[in-house]
Write a protein that binds this ligand. Structure first.
Ligand code: CA
Ligand code: CA
Length: 356
């Protein structure tokens, strides 16, 4: 839905034109029940849970479902391990300390790369416009068109995972919050370092449902307005009035809310989570045509008709900004996309690992 390319073009267009656009153990008979349980526990990687294999009808199951959630199609996923929580600032800091990795939001914009994505002959903007940054949410003063996200997303030089709201902000008291301003490539690099990978969209949907195909939300079907103890989302009127009934305006520490049936936290809300799949509005139609039902891995081609030139990947689960009037991202089946080189202060990730 948003992209760094768009971000860059936004910055660029403002500069050039002045336009305001804008994630068993084989029991030995000689082993006691207690020890057997301990053995099972020992095989599960730290911080992860074992998601069992299963078959389910993937796709929209409520009146709020969008066109890209159809057709509903049968999918089978193999068992896998999944992080119980979103990757936290503390975990990401461990990765950066070990590797010296710089996220995309910490790097200046490459004019040579951008040049191929703007009209021929477009002059190079000054370096000040190409400085490293990311998009930061700021509430509006009152109601605005929900079509115009430039009203609440602000390009902020110096915004990155260490300074989520830009210079002067810090994660010092947020080390157990999910890391944000993470691009798809950043998430993949972390996952590889951790010996893990990003989830497929099908794995994510199965995991979020807690194994219950009837669940509209990870907690079941209790309406969102009564679910303030279930997830961190937006109560009130987006994007100008947040009643914070769930206790948090921005990100919340992971595990602040009840887990789902698979003991996964924040599968709804807090931060959007990257999946490995390319986003294509027609992915489910393609599966049905090809008869793909086992461990689908997404489309071979990127395609979002709203931004056809932007290579996007799937994000899932919604964020602290989600509200029924806007994106309803906390629904189990909701598909959203973001450009692979984008970072936002409402987007993070969690990892999975194959269960051999
Ligand atoms: Ca909230
Ligand atoms: Ca989440």
């Amino acid at each position: 839905m948003f992209s760094n390319l768009s971000n860059r073009l936004l910055v660029f267009s403002i500069f050039i034109i002045g336009l305001p656009s804008i994630l068993g153990c084989s029991t030995n008979p000689s082993v006691s029940q207690e020890n057997a349980s301990a053995l099972v526990e020992a095989t599960i990687p730290k911080g992860m849970v074992l998601i069992p294999s299963g078959s389910f009808p993937m796709g929209g199951k409520s009146e709020q479902a969008y066109a890209d959630e159809f057709p509903v199609h049968k999918v089978t996923v193999s068992s896998f391990y999944m992080d119980a929580t979103e990757v936290t600032n503390a975990e990401f800091a461990e990765f950066v300390n070990a590797t010296g990795y710089l996220t995309i939001a910490e790097k200046d914009i490459d004019w040579e790369e951008l040049k191929s994505q703007v009209p021929a002959g477009t002059p190079k903007p000054p370096d000040s416009v190409l400085m490293a940054g990311s998009l930061v949410f700021k509430p509006t003063d009152g109601p605005v068109s929900l079509e115009d996200y430039s009203q609440w997303w602000h390009w902020t030089t110096g915004a990155n995972w260490r300074q989520p709201e830009g210079p002067g902000s810090s994660i010092e008291d947020r080390m157990n919050h999910p890391v944000v301003h993470i691009s798809w490539e950043d998430a993949n690099t972390y996952a590889k370092w951790a010996g893990k990978r990003l989830p497929t969209e099908a794995e994510w949907e199965w995991a979020s449902s807690g194994g219950n195909a009837e669940n509209i939300y990870p907690w079941g079907n209790e309406p969102i307005e009564k679910a303030t103890n279930k997830a961190n989302f937006w109560q009130g009127f987006f994007p100008y009035q947040n009643n914070n009934l769930d206790g948090f305006f921005g990100t919340a520490p992971v595990k602040s809310y009840e887990p789902n049936q698979f003991s996964l936290y924040d599968m709804a809300g807090n931060v959007w989570e990257w999946c490995q799949d390319r986003y294509n509005i027609s992915t489910y139609e393609q599966y049905e045509e090809k008869g793909i039902v086992s461990d689908p891995k997404g489309s071979e081609e990127y395609y979002d008709p709203l931004e056809p030139l932007s290579p996007k990947h799937v994000i899932r689960g919604g964020s602290f900004l989600c509200n029924d009037s806007y994106c309803s991202g906390y629904r189990v089946t909701r598909r959203m996309s973001s450009s692979k080189d984008s970072g936002f202060n409402h987007t993070g990730f969690r990892c999975v690992k194959d269960h051999e």
